[in-house]
Every structure is written in structure tokens, then in C-alpha cells.
Design a protein around this ligand. Structure first.
Ligand SMILES: [Zn+2]
Ligand SMILES: [Zn+2]
Length: 140
């Protein structure tokens, strides 16, 4: 998929801002329990920037190592979740983009952990665990 657009965004209070200087590779929803905790929402969406070419503007985001080698950035003032970062890739939290409507989400990750009763009518493939860097196979 070829995505064009301006990939800017930031937190709720506006103190932390970013601009990605590359095109995203893909986007997914994540239903894992850690994303639920970090966002306070039933699931998160992420847009993957494979080269990690994200420029930070404004105030510096705070960083939390949620697993070994995984950094999640968030605004130290308003608490907005901004990224999941691992292996040189930056996954921008979909809802933090200025224009999330320009993203086409392609799959559900950690679908095995999806909350009961949360229904989607998107016909996207479900992956039981992670997708992307570490692979994974859709649930049949
Ligand atoms: Zn903020
Ligand atoms: Zn997750």
C-alpha cells in the first residue's frame, strides 16, 4: 500500500508534537492487555513507521519501558499515549495523529485477547499474537 500524507500528531494538551518523515508500512489494531492498560481504552490502533524516522517537536515526551527493549512514549502533562517503539521501529498511536482518517487499518493483533462482546464488521484478518517484526499467522 502506498500512503501519502502529512504524518503529524501530538498529545491532547499539545505540548508534545511529532512529525514522521517517512511513509508508514502498515497499521493495525492491538487488543493486548498492555495496550488496554496504557491507553485506558478497550484496544489501541498503531501506524508503523519501519525506519523510526519520527521527529519530536515541542516538549520532550516521557518514556516508559513496558517490556525489555520496548519503549512507550507519553505526554508527561496530559498522559496521552503516543508510541510503542521496538527494534528501531516506531508505532505511532493512531488516535494521536492529526489525521487518523487517512490511515487504512489492515489487521487485528492479539485478537485472542480481544474483550468479549467487542465486535467488528471490518473483515480484517485476526492475528492471535503480534504482527510485524516478529511475524505471526492469522487465526483460521
Ligand atoms: Zn500533553
Ligand atoms: Zn498491544
Amino acid at each position: 500500500m502506498e500512503w501519502t500524507g502529512e504524518w503529524t500528531g501530538g498529545c491532547l494538551c499539545g505540548r508534545v508534537r511529532y512529525r514522521a518523515n517517512e511513509s508508514p508500512r502498515w497499521a493495525s489494531y492491538c487488543h493486548c492487555g498492555m495496550c488496554r492498560k496504557v491507553s485506558g481504552a478497550p484496544f489501541m490502533g498503531f501506524v508503523e513507521f519501519p525506519g523510526g524516522d519520527v521527529e519530536w517537536l515541542g516538549e520532550e515526551a516521557r518514556r516508559y519501558e513496558s517490556s525489555q527493549g520496548v519503549i512507550r512514549r507519553f505526554c508527561g502533562t496530559c498522559g496521552s499515549s503516543l508510541t510503542f517503539e521496538a527494534d528501531g521501529m516506531v508505532f505511532i498511536a493512531l488516535g494521536s495523529l492529526d489525521h487518523p482518517e487517512q490511515v487504512t487499518v489492515e489487521r487485528h493483533a492479539y485478537a485472542a485477547s480481544r474483550l468479549p462482546g467487542l465486535m467488528f464488521v471490518d473483515d480484517l484478518p485476526d492475528f492471535p499474537g503480534p504482527v510485524g517484526g516478529k511475524g505471526g499467522r492469522p487465526i483460521d
